[in-house]
Design a protein around this ligand. Structure first.
Ligand SMILES: Cc1cc2nc3c(=O)[nH]c(=O)nc-3n(C[C@H](O)[C@H](O)[C@H](O)COP(=O)(O)OP(=O)(O)OC[C@H]3O[C@@H](n4cnc5c(N)ncnc54)[C@H](O)[C@@H]3O)c2cc1C
Ligand SMILES: *[C@@H]1O[C@H](CO)[C@@H](O)[C@H](O)[C@H]1NC(C)=O
Ligand SMILES: *[C@@H]1O[C@H](CO)[C@@H](O)[C@H](O)[C@H]1NC(C)=O
Ligand SMILES: *[C@@H]1O[C@H](CO)[C@@H](O)[C@H](O)[C@H]1NC(C)=O
Ligand SMILES: *[C@@H]1O[C@H](CO)[C@@H](O)[C@H](O)[C@H]1NC(C)=O
Ligand SMILES: *[C@@H]1O[C@H](CO)[C@@H](O)[C@H](O)[C@H]1NC(C)=O
Ligand SMILES: *[C@@H]1O[C@H](CO)[C@@H](O)[C@H](O)[C@H]1NC(C)=O
Ligand SMILES: *[C@@H]1O[C@H](CO)[C@@H](O)[C@H](O)[C@H]1NC(C)=O
Length: 624
């Protein structure tokens, strides 16, 4: 038995005295074999690791590329989203040029630390609509089993500990919530700021003047509409709540069967002759000497949780992926699985019209305060002193999530039908495998229904309570991209990430309607006293062609919600994992992160990642 010692003195923090094993400091402390090896200690990875180790029956090793970080950049909630610019904590590399966005490239930004993207996300917590999960389940037709709304709702409850908002705050702002959609047992917390921007109330009320807009009973009710939603913060100590404090801090310490090693890059999954995953090979980050690669065995399962960008990279580098790509990279094919790295999706943003309010009321305004260094320093000092400062001032905690028929009562049906009648392969990458095309045909049918539905949300206006409002998010983009290893260097060159945003013309049709709707919103009589003026694209830009030209020059293909590159779909629809989350054509290999989402929910992705991971843990334990 090797003596383990607690990693100490990182980020200025003193070592915890207990001295039980948590982070292994050297690769020679890794045992030869564990029941489960988890690739990636991110949002899903640590959730699954916690659940698999809780009985004490199974040993688990988590291998994480990034570092252990407990400094204020990670834990602070006061300044929310602003904590993510430390390059040590993020993968941040350039995408492929976006051919339909004027050839522009964009940063591919994902978490690189114990806790993954949950350690630096925007902390907004919503879950999408009932129809999103019923659509996932529909891809399996009569074989569908366990992934509809009714099946996943218990996992949303298991995954999140809900705290009601402060009573006065709720009354003053008309915040509706209903705890029956939530649980209270998780260590992942959904709570509320102690402060809101007062203009939000006005903006929320205005949505009620638009025919058909509902105010659902809770953000978690599975319904579209205008609603308030919580923040991923632990209200006790007032800290960011993410997978590391929730599923690792103090937990792995107490469990000798829960090992973690950081600063290690998993290179590939190892297989025996029967395609059983027997373990993984890895190297300390920074080393590129493949002949020095280390390996560790998994007795029961290798569990992929490296996220939507790196899970497909590792699978492809292991010989699980599209045959032609593997051949180009001189990698032996273990399973020809064309869906690995295909079906790539993300939420598109800043696609509406930007409005400035020339007569903003005399109330606190986020841009003013963020740009006021004195205020920011005082807020941070107050927060650090007693943790009662203005929480999550970066996030508005409310917005509209609206069905397409409300956005475009006159055109939604024509646009949906035009999309539905496209040949399925018409706008996919050239030479897309027929199985992937078949999967897209199924998605196209389902998403055409989503465009026609009054129970799904397609348009999201993420309100900020600001005099400059622009954050429109497109929840169900129809274009599909790819994530592929660099054939010349599968391991150490970042994969080629191509959203292929706006390559499907139906997306342009939808986005033109978004721009028109946003104009309709700001033209509401109730908002005229604030004198909204369109800053972009500009009130004179009304021809759809000109709106689209503006979008191509200005929209962003990502709001950091990548999904879909190891989709849970039937194998003959280009799927990578089945409803049991096991990779087709292999044994003992599963995927549990956001890459299994077959398509995007009508919400940002973290809440669903935790719920999927909770369900994954039950599925994996159920295989015993
Ligand atoms: C900037 C940003 C803002 C966001 N804002 C929000 C928001 O406000 N609300 C919301 O709901 N969602 C938000 N999201 C999305 C949400 O955080 C993610 O969908 C979710 O955290 C993804 O979880 P995951 O487990 O799939 O991947 P991750 O949490 O990213 O975990 C993957 C882990 O694998 C590790 N890894 C990668 N490659 C290797 C390798 N080769 N070997 C070992 N380890 C590896 C990574 O370092 C990482 O820790 C945001 C994301 C980002 C990046
Ligand atoms: C990502 O990299 C780009 C380009 O180097 C840089 O401008 C940006 O600030 C980085 N973003 C983060 C969050 O680190
Ligand atoms: C991380 O920091 C917070 C706040 O300082 C502290 O409460 C927590 O115990 C720390 N966690 C670890 C694992 O050091
Ligand atoms: C690579 O690793 C092998 C095996 O450990 C070692 O023999 C060799 O010297 C290393 N090469 C370099 C360039 O470090
Ligand atoms: C915000 O709106 C105000 C009022 O119209 C305007 O003067 C200012 O330039 C805008 N700021 C930004 C960053 O667009
Ligand atoms: C900046 O913030 C400080 C502290 O809240 C305040 O006193 C000051 O008036 C602000 N400055 C401006 C220009 O609003
Ligand atoms: C928190 O600290 C600030 C100064 O740092 C102080 O003004 C404020 O009253 C304190 N609030 C509470 C609730 O203690
Ligand atoms: C709209 O007006 C702006 C500013 O006057 C101008 O630059 C732009 O070309 C006009 N666009 C169209 C489509 O008319």
């Amino acid at each position: 038995m090797v003596a383990f010692s607690k990693l100490s003195a990182l980020c200025g923090l003193a070592a915890v005295a207990s001295g039980l094993p948590t982070i292994l400091q050297r690769t020679d402390q890794v045992k030869d074999q564990y029941d489960y090896v988890i690739v990636g200690g991110g949002t899903a990875g640590l959730t699954v690791a916690d659940r698999l180790t809780e009985s004490g029956k199974y040993s688990v090793l988590v291998i994480e590329y990034g570092v252990f970080q407990n400094g204020s950049a990670v834990t602070t909630v006061g300044l929310g989203f602003l904590g993510i610019t430390d390059p040590a904590l993020s993968f941040n590399f350039s995408s492929a040029p976006q051919t339909s966005l004027g050839g522009r490239s964009f940063p591919v930004l994902v978490g690189k630390m114990l806790g993954g993207s949950s350690g630096h996300n925007g902390m907004q917590v919503h879950r999408g609509q009932k129809e999103d999960y019923d659509r996932w389940s529909s891809y399996f037709g009569s074989n569908s089993c366990g992934w509809g709304w009714d099946d996943i709702l218990p996992y949303f409850k298991k995954a999140w500990h809900f705290h009601p908002p402060n009573k006065d705050l709720a009354t003053q702002n008309g915040i509706k919530y209903d705890a029956k959609y939530w649980g209270t047992s998780s260590n992942i917390h959904a709570s509320w700021p102690t402060f809101t921007w007062s203009f939000l109330k006005t903006e929320m009320a205005a949505f009620g003047d638009i025919p058909g807009v509902q105010y659902p009973p809770d953000s978690g009710a599975g319904q579209p509409g205008a609603f308030w939603y919580p923040t991923s913060a632990d209200p006790g100590p007032v800290l960011r709540s993410f997978s590391r404090p929730g599923h690792w801090d103090g937990i792995s310490d107490a469990r000798p069967n829960y090992h973690t090693i950081t600063g290690q890059q998993v290179l590939k999954v190892l297989f025996d002759k029967q395609n059983r995953a027997t373990g993984v090979s890895y190297l300390p980050v920074g080393s590129t000497n493949l002949s020095a690669a280390l390996s560790v065995k998994a007795k029961k399962e290798v569990i992929m949780a490296a996220g939507t960008i790196h899970t497909p990279q590792i699978l492809q580098a292991s010989g699980v992926g599209p045959k032609k790509l593997l051949k180009d990279a001189k990698i032996d094919v273990v399973v020809d699985l064309p869906g690995v790295g295909a079906n790539f999706q993300d939420h598109v943003y800043q696609i509406g019209a930007t409005f400035n309010l020339n007569n903003f009321p005399p109330v606190p305004e986020p841009n003013d305060l963020f740009n006021n260094a004195t205020f920011m320093a005082l807020a941070q000092a107050e927060f650090d002193a007693n943790r009662t400062g203005p929480l999550t001032i970066a996030s508005g905690n409310c917005g509209a999530f609206l069905p397409f028929p409300l956005i475009s009562p006159s055109s939604f049906s024509t646009i949906a039908s035009r999309y539905e009648s496209q040949p399925a392969g018409a706008y996919l990458p050239p030479n897309t495998d027929p199985l992937v095309v078949a999967g897209y045909a199924a998605q196209k049918k389902a998403l055409a229904s989503t465009l026609r539905s009054k129970s799904s949300a397609v348009y999201n206006f993420f309100l900020r309570g600001s005099r400059n409002e622009s954050a429109i998010v497109y929840l169900h983009p129809l274009s599909r991209g790819t994530v592929q290893i660099a054939p010349s260097d599968p391991y150490f060159t970042q994969p080629t990430v191509d959203w292929r945003a706006l390559t499907n013309p139906a997306d342009a049709d939808v986005l033109v309607e978004f721009t028109r709707f946003t104009r309709r919103y700001w033209a509401l009589p109730a908002l005229q006293k604030y004198q909204p003026v369109e800053a972009a694209p500009g009130a004179n830009v009304t021809d759809p062609k000109d709106i689209v030209a503006w979008l191509r020059g200005n929209m962003n293909p990502s709001v950091y919600h990548p999904i879909g590159t190891a989709a849970m779909m039937p194998r003959d629809l280009g799927g990578v994992v089945g409803q049991d989350l096991l990779v087709y054509g292999t044994k003992g290999l599963s995927v549990v992160d956001a890459s299994v989402f077959p398509d995007l929910p009508g919400a940002y992705t973290q809440q669903t990642v935790y719920a999927v991971a909770e369900k994954a843990a039950d599925l994996i334990k159920g295989r015993q």
